[in-house]
Design a protein around this ligand. Sequence first.
Ligand SMILES: CC(C)(COP(=O)(O)OP(=O)(O)OC[C@H]1O[C@@H](n2cnc3c(N)ncnc32)[C@H](O)[C@@H]1OP(=O)(O)O)[C@@H](O)C(=O)NCCC(=O)NCCS
Length: 182
Amino acid sequence: MQPDRNTAAVVIREARASDAEAIRAVHLDAFDEEGATVAPLALALLADASAQPMLALVAEVDGEVVGNVIFSAAHMQGADQLSACILAPLAVVRRFQGIGIGRKLIETGLKILRERGVAWVFVLGDPRHYTRYGFSAEHQVRAPYALEYPEAWMLMSLHGDALDSVRGQLECAQALRHAEHW
Ligand SMILES: CC(C)(COP(=O)(O)OP(=O)(O)OC[C@H]1O[C@@H](n2cnc3c(N)ncnc32)[C@H](O)[C@@H]1OP(=O)(O)O)[C@@H](O)C(=O)NCCC(=O)NCCS
């Protein structure tokens, strides 16, 4: 029997190597035609040494992986000591969308990153969604690629630093170095 979305007990945990196929399936289910790009991106990031240190989380309901978020390492040109990451991709399977799993993945991820001493998190996404978590487009960090919607390129400080205390050109993990992801 399939778990009921109204009573589902959701567990958030770090992804394991054995979750790769389930993570692919989550992205293919959650996105429309974009899934064909996002699912391979998720798997490429998981295998990408340049994305380390990485935080990859899955959401499980009754042992089934139903959501995934990946935070991959990013670097500022000329500022190697900067500790930053990029939130991408994020998805929850359609059957379990709208019951708070996406929020739980993001909030758990931000909490773990804060505890690990990461200072900055970037995201390219819908401002209506991400400003709720504290992300803002009012910053001076250039994205790795030219953006169609600059207002969707947002930054969040995990330790209360002023957003204008960091500026320059961000470099992302190898797997994200494709214009189609931006
Ligand atoms: C985006 C996604 C991960 C959100 O997961 P979810 O479990 O459905 O989200 P939650 O139930 O935690 O919703 C949190 C809130 O954000 C809103 N929200 C969710 N996705 C949103 C989006 N893409 N844009 C704007 N708002 C969004 C919800 O309406 C909800 O608002 P509410 O608290 O006022 O009801 C999921 O809908 C999904 O996989 N969508 C397809 C893939 C995608 O667009 N990924 C994001 C790319 S940046």
